[in-house]
Design a binder for this molecule. Structure first.
Ligand code: ADP
Ligand code: MG
Length: 370
């Protein structure tokens, strides 16, 4: 899978550009605030229909313009598709695949998988459980599209339940309605719990291997699912029962606080290094390596599940790594199309040997470098 070409009109700080891309390594070199991340973002938007930096499509349109256009030719299993996205500051976004307009505009399933590596990924280890839930939700949706549907459904029921809890302080008034919501919440929530558990289980096995390699067997990495719904084995009935009895036990408290205390919206993924919680015990350097491990494991997992490697977007991370880790990362570039940003020619280093296509970016102007 790869992106063959990209046309941007009024996207962020790009006026009108057209790029033909290499199906191997592409490098964008530019100083700060010239448009490197914007370009990776545009590639991500062409594949997924949305940004990895913002939920507000409007922000993607040039400050001084009303509309933006992102057109890309992407290739999946030898077949090329033309993806066209039109963003409008006041109207809804419009997406066309091979000139055919999609009915549901919000979700684009182009078939192209993308994994972003960015300095912000550190929040995966250091951040709140919410950051890890976002990672889980994004990753699982990439592999299993029905997951997104289950999650939306769960969130809708949760919102309705919380609204009900907030408007009434008296449990006799709302008991019957809560019973109905709880049945739905348990059903949708259990699917989410099972999917997350399975994903983390698979990811942990791959990650433990990769982390061994990256740390020369010095650190043992383990990922584990932490849910406030307790269960012994991964059995749907058992999880549903436990979820329901926990909700019942906490109902009075939930009515008092006006929120739902039990369910996968409070889950977390624990990351252990040598049996210690990495969020509090790992050094900054260790945390960086953990993030790299987890991201590469996700790449490997997508390959295992889907049969081809995702496109890699490496934003400002390559030159931060030491040479062993760089070499390891480079070994992934043989399998797939890769986009890398650098601030300086001098950081090219061993990337030069890969015969990359090099572009320079200056203030939204982009040039091929001979
Ligand atoms: N909607 C927009 N319209 C015009 N310029 C924008 C828009 N959004 C961001 N920019 C500009 O893009 C630049 C940052 O681009 P970015 O790709 O993040 O830089 P970097 O090269 O450091 O990765 C800034 O100068 C910012 O003002
Ligand atoms: Mg940047």
């Amino acid at each position: 899978m790869n992106v063959n070409s990209l046309r941007l009109i009024n996207f962020r700080n790009y006026n009108n550009i057209y790029l033909e891309l290499s199906d191997k390594v592409n490098i964008f070199i530019g100083k700060n605030a010239q448009g490197k991340t914007n370009l990776l973002e545009a590639i991500y938007v062409s594949a997924t229909g949305k940004s990895f930096r913002t939920n507000k499509d409007r922000e993607l349109i040039n400050f001084n313009k009303k509309e933006a256009y992102i057109g890309s030719k992407i290739e999946i299993g030898q077949r090329e598709k033309l993806i066209e996205i039109k963003l409008d500051k006041i109207g809804p976004k419009r997406i066309k695949i091979n000139k055919l307009e999609l009915k549901k505009q919000r979700e684009l399933d182009s078939g192209l998988n993308v994994v972003v590596f960015s300095p912000d990924d550190l929040s995966l280890v250091k951040g709140s459980p919410r950051e890890r839930r976002l990672f889980l939700d994004m990753s699982i949706s990439q592999i299993k599209p029905i997951y997104r549907y289950n999650l939306n459904r769960y969130n809708k029921i949760l919102l309705q339940r919380n609204n009900l809890l907030k408007i009434s302080k008296n449990k006799n008034d709302i008991g019957n309605l809560l019973d109905i919501f709880d049945i739905q919440l348990v059903k949708a929530g259990t699917d989410i719990i099972i999917s997350r558990f399975n994903f983390i289980d698979k990811l942990s096995k791959i990650a433990s291997n990769i982390h061994n390699k990256l740390t020369l067997n010095r650190e043992k990495l383990l990922l584990s699912y932490s849910s406030n719904v307790e269960f012994e084995k991964l059995d749907k009935k058992e999880i549903e029962n436990s979820f329901m009895s926990n909700l019942n036990k906490n109902r009075d408290k939930d009515i008092l606080t006006g929120s739902t205390s039990i369910g996968p919206h409070r889950d977390d993924m624990k990351i252990y290094i040598n049996n210690m919680d990495s969020r509090t015990f790992a050094s900054q350097g260790q945390q960086r390596t953990i993030v790299l491990t987890i991201k590469l494991s996700k790449v490997e997992l997508i390959y295992k599940d889907i049969g081809s490697y995702p496109v890699l977007l490496l934003d400002d991370v390559f030159s931060e790594l030491d040479s062993d880790r760089r070499k390891y990362l480079i070994s992934f570039f043989n399998n797939t199309q890769t986009f890398i940003t650098l601030t300086d020619m001098e950081n090219l280093g061993e990337l030069r040997d890969l015969n990359p296509l090099i572009f320079t970016i200056e203030n939204g102007n982009i040039k091929y470098k001979e």
